[in-house]
Design a protein around this ligand. Structure first.
Ligand SMILES: Cc1ncc(COP(=O)(O)O)c(C=O)c1O
Length: 416
């Protein structure tokens, strides 16, 4: 054993793991060690059985049918919306719009504000963004003549964002929208979001936070954050794939032109003209992902039933143990901050893919590469990193196994 268990653990990881049947398998003789949670988390039985139960007892289309099953499905679907809104502390007057995921939610805003942009308006994003929070803005700029500007957040040696007064120069009367990650998927760093939102508001820009990497770990309160939009994906927070959320303040959502049209989102239709339904339906064309919404609400309920601060402390503890152990190796360079819930690192002279393949041969699943953040990797001067990202069900033994295998992999793969 490299590490000792902390003396007081407010929840029992072994018991928690029993809720995740997938984790008990072996991969070619090795127990599965799943450390790719930033890509997607595993799903607890509570989520799986809720979705199965929906199909076995209540499946029908929502909002349309005048029959028992449809009414039942509709009430479960709308209750799920309410539960997810409660989970992120949305105010009663604001809305959760269902999307396929964070990517679709961002696209919905990017297309939705297109008609309001003119040449030389500015869209500002940080230099830490996932492509999902970059490419839609770049394409929007190309379509409208607006300018995409990059806020160059400065990272310290320890991987934290250093506050610079010069950041405020990027927020001008031209800035129409500021979009920023709540937590970076590639490095685990948290930008100084409150200060940045304050700067954005001082110039009346719309604000969008990408919470894809935040919601599973940090309690999120959108009302306190006071952003116009907050987006995330269900599958990164123990929920199903294919469902996500665009949270928006009513006034901000009202500004969006629906980016898809069709059934469900209309109030009345003639051959000449269509009038759109009210929020949230006007932004939800077509039959929605009903079981996904219900599954995501079950994931929120699952997380809410656990001591969330203790989960976060546990994930940070795992990341910190990994960080300090990796730091001992002369060939390893770390890019994540010590207090995040992941470690992102490179090994001198060995590609991240080679390390991840070696880890895979030991049953250890990590992500290697550019993490959908090519410009960020370029600015760090690396081709990619190895990212081990932790969830509440990971254990110290798994961290120990990761470290041992990384060190053995380096021994085996190094030229010298
Ligand atoms: C920070 C961040 N934003 C957006 C996304 C896109 O999420 P999705 O692919 O679920 O739409 C991801 C996915 O990795 C992410 O990490």
């Amino acid at each position: 054993m490299l590490f000792n268990l902390p003396p007081t653990m407010p929840f029992n990881v072994d018991l928690l793991r029993q809720h995740f049947p997938i984790l008990s398998q072996t991969i070619e003789g090795h127990p599965l060690v799943y450390l790719d949670n930033s890509a997607t988390t595993q799903k607890p039985t509570e989520v799986l059985t809720t979705m199965l139960d929906y199909y076995q007892t209540s499946n029908a289309n929502v909002h349309r049918g005048a029959h028992f099953l449809s009414n039942n499905a509709t009430s479960q679907f709308e209750q799920a919306r309410q539960n997810v809104a409660n989970f992120i502390h949305a105010a009663d007057k604001d809305y959760v719009i269902w999307t396929k995921g964070a990517t679709e939610a961002i696209n919905m805003v990017a297309y939705g504000i297109e008609q309001q942009l003119k040449p030389n308006d500015e869209i500002l994003i940080s230099n830490l963004e996932h492509h999902a929070n970059l490419v839609p803005w770049q394409q929007l700029a190309a379509r409208t003549g607006a300018i995409l500007r990059i806020l160059p957040l400065v990272l310290t040696e320890e991987g934290n964002v250093l506050w610079q007064d010069s950041y405020q120069d990027y927020f001008t009367a031209h800035t129409k929208l500021f979009a920023c990650t709540h937590v970076s998927n590639a490095l685990g760093v948290k930008p100084p979001i409150q200060q940045l939102l304050r700067l954005a508001k001082s110039v009346n820009a719309l604000t969008l936070l990408d919470g894809a990497q935040a919601v599973a770990h940090y309690p999120v309160n959108v009302d306190e954050l006071d952003c116009d939009f907050y987006v995330f994906s269900g599958h990164k927070m123990y929920g199903p794939t294919g469902i996500g959320v665009l949270y928006g303040k009513t006034a901000a959502l009202e500004r969006l032109t629906p980016y898809q049209t069709g059934g469900e989102m209309v109030a009345s239709v003639s051959y000449d003209k269509t009038s759109f339904n009210q929020l949230p339906y006007r932004l939800e064309a077509g039959t929605p992902n009903i079981e996904g919404a219900i599954g995501l609400a079950a994931a929120c309920q699952f997380l809410s039933s656990l001591p969330r601060n203790a989960l976060l402390a546990w994930e940070q503890e795992l990341a910190k143990k990994a960080y300090h152990a990796l730091q001992q190796h002369p060939k390893i360079r770390l890019y994540s901050p010590v207090d995040s819930t992941m470690v992102s690192f490179t090994v001198d002279g060995i590609s991240s893919t080679d390390i991840s393949e070696f880890l895979d041969s030991r049953g250890i699943a990590v992500r290697a590469g550019q993490h959908c953040a090519h410009p960020l990797m370029t600015s760090l001067g690396v081709h990619g990193t190895i990212r081990a990202s932790f969830a509440c069900y990971n254990t110290l033994q798994e961290v120990e196994g990761l470290i041992t295998s990384v060190f053995e992999g380096i021994e085996l793969l190094a030229d010298d």
